[in-house]
Design a protein around this ligand. Structure first.
Ligand code: SAM
Length: 262
């Protein structure tokens, strides 16, 4: 029986899909994730979902300031007992609780909540993140305009960071084995490389248009009462998937200017 299989049996855990409980069994992949993170000893590290500690055991070797947030009581108990004072364990739902300040985020994310966790992460002030997500999700994070994968997630990620796909990880490297492959991505925050006059409007336009991605931009924005029926603006006959984040910003700035003109 594998080490993870043994731990599942020992703790009596019944892995839940709803909690994204697929545990990494490949030490070499975990080693590379830690190397990508480029941690220095004084860095404050945050890990969401330590599980049985595949990443945690490597993180504590790199830094004295490791905080883990774990929702599952059995896993939180296991990791607390194993690492003792080497970590700070925060029990609870990473979506609901306040995160401590951190410099580096390293996490094999529960796939069920990857999107809200990434959006929460992007609100924070940190230096670097190395994250495992579903491969298809990683492709959406790094997609180019004009592709099927290009989405609201792509625009949100690009607005706040440089995102790179580092490697793909086959489903066979997890227990229980998920249905799909995974990928490791890095996120390095930076200010948006273009001007946005009204951030709230930019994201509202992005969300509205991607929710109706097959509709023309003009139709989606008029239906949502973001622009008037007779508005004269560029791109209204296009679909959102062909517009780069910069072009969405230009459109958003024009709409903002129209709205504030008497
Ligand atoms: N880091 C471990 C590994 O690589 O093997 C486990 C990763 S597993 C994909 C996801 C982990 O996140 C599980 O331990 C699960 O219990 C935990 N989890 C799921 N939803 C959570 C949430 N909302 N907040 C905190 N932890 C969560």
């Amino acid at each position: 029986m594998s080490e993870t299989g043994r731990l599942i049996e020992e703790t009596g855990l019944v892995p839940k899909k709803s909690r994204g409980q697929n545990f990494l069994t490949d030490g070499a992949t975990a080693d590379r994730q830690i190397a990508y993170a480029g941690i220095s000893e004084s860095d404050r590290i945050l890990e969401v979902g330590p599980g049985f500690g595949a990443l945690t055991e490597r993180l504590v070797r790199e830094s004295d300031h490791v905080t883990c947030i774990e929702l599952d009581e059995k896993l939180a108990d296991y990791v607390s007992n194993k690492f003792g004072n080497d970590i700070t364990m925060v029990r609870g739902d990473a979506l609901k609780i306040e995160w401590p300040e951190f410099d580096v985020f390293v996490s094999n994310l529960p796939y069920s909540v990857s999107t809200p966790i990434i959006f929460k992460l992007l609100e924070k002030n940190f230096r670097h993140a190395v994250i495992m997500v579903q491969k298809e999700f990683a492709e959406r994070m790094t997609a180019k305009p004009g592709t099927d994968q290009y989405s609201r997630l792509t625009v949100g990620v690009y607005y706040r960071s440089v995102c790179k796909m580092l490697e793909t990880v086959p489903a066979s490297r997890f227990n229980p084995r998920p249905k799909v492959d995974s990928a490791v991505v890095s996120l390095t925050p930076r200010p948006a490389p273009f001007r946005v006059d009204d951030e709230k409007l930019y994201f509202r336009i992005t969300e509205t248009c991607f929710t109706h991605r097959r509709k023309k931009i003009g139709t989606a924005l008029k239906n949502a009462h973001i622009i008037e029926k007779d508005a004269d603006l560029p791109h209204l006959d296009d679909r959102i998937e062909v517009l780069s984040p910069e072009e969405i910003a230009e459109l958003s700035n024009l709409i903002g200017a129209l709205r504030s003109s008497p």
